[in-house]
Design a protein around this ligand. Structure first.
Ligand SMILES: Cc1ncc(COP(=O)(O)O)c(C=O)c1O
Length: 307
């Protein structure tokens, strides 16, 4: 997921190549991480779960009392214009990130309500995950740092400050893993650094519910629906750390990963929980069923074609 050289960026209406894009230093997004954002990808030119991403952006903004001075239609028009000016091939798979900051002002934590919000749109060819991440799976480690308590920072604020998750992934990397699986203060499995985590426990695909502190991933929500339609039991549940070792399978979900198998989880006691390479039967079913869902979504959402 490296290399933004081919990205095209729109900052408040000014569209430039990535290296020329500028945000003022007094922008609160830079100073305080005072911003919200979304990432979607396109399939055959169609923006996947577009309405849901806009709804979640609005929800994040509401949770931090950010009054967006740009309407959703304006942001969507600007996303389309950015992509047009980026000169991408028709139907090319893109990664699109759009953020809204609380704008620039005095260096003062208390926001000035008269300041206009700023938007930043980044569009680039979709970076591909290494093929082995799917054919074998990724490795996770449980870091020492715990997920922010939900009473301190609502994990459904998809905001510009990811320090908690950055610490998690840094510690996991130091432990030799690809990513972290973070715990809540009371030892419940919360989520990975930027994806939701799932386990096959006693025949049900379970993923942590709201108590542990995690973002309500759009992929997670859609996958629950897909599984239910296919008669596969899935649920949100509290998953104590000790239950990881009981799981038969494990995988991650996010907009850019879709369903990605997890090969192993390194536990705090130094033991490793191992899972089938390339995903067990349930993981592989979830991967395929989700692909089918994407294909049917794309067919029925041609109006969301953006490239
Ligand atoms: C902290 C966190 N959890 C979970 C997710 C997965 O969400 P989605 O499936 O909407 O990409 C993300 C993705 O951005 C994330 O940042």
């Amino acid at each position: 997921m490296h290399g933004f050289e081919n990205a095209i960026i729109n900052v408040d209406g000014l569209v430039t190549p990535a290296m020329d894009a500028r945000v003022p230093v007094l922008d609160r997004g830079f100073l305080y991480g005072d911003s919200v954002y979304e990432v979607f990808r396109t399939y055959d030119g169609v923006a996947f779960l577009l309405d849901e991403h806009f709804a979640r952006l609005a929800k994040s903004a509401e949770l931090i009392h950010l009054r967006m001075t740009q309407s959703a239609p304006l942001l969507l028009d600007e996303i389309r214009r950015t992509i047009r000016e980026g000169g991408f091939a028709a139907g090319e798979d893109l990664y699109v990130r759009f953020a809204v900051t609380r704008g620039a002002g005095a260096i003062d934590l208390n926001p000035d309500p008269s300041v206009a919000s700023r938007y930043v749109i980044i569009a680039r060819p979709l970076p591909r995950w290494p093929a082995e991440d799917y054919s074998v799976g990724v490795t996770l480690a449980v870091p020492e740092v715990r997920r922010n308590p939900v009473t301190s920072l609502d994990p459904n604020i998809k905001g510009g400050n990811y320090l908690n998750n950055i610490l998690g992934v840094l510690q996991a990397k130091e432990l030799g893993a690809d990513d972290c699986v973070m715990l809540s203060q009371d030892g419940l499995v919360a989520e990975a650094s930027n994806s939701n985590v799932w386990f096959d426990l006693d025949g049900t695909l379970v993923t942590p519910g709201p108590k542990a502190g995690n973002l309500l991933g759009l992929t997670k929500g859609a996958l629950h629906d897909v599984l239910h339609e296919n008669g596969v039991a899935s649920a949100d549940a509290d998953i104590p750390l000790s239950r990881i070792a009981d799981a038969a399978e494990c995988f991650l979900t996010s907009a850019t990963r879709e369903v990605m198998p997890v090969k192993s989880v390194l536990m705090p006691d130094g033991k490793t929980a191992d899972f089938p390479a390339g995903g067990g039967g349930k993981t592989r079913f979830a991967m395929q069923a989700f692909k089918k869902f994407i294909a049917s979504y794309v067919e029925s959402h041609r109006r969301h074609k953006v490239v």
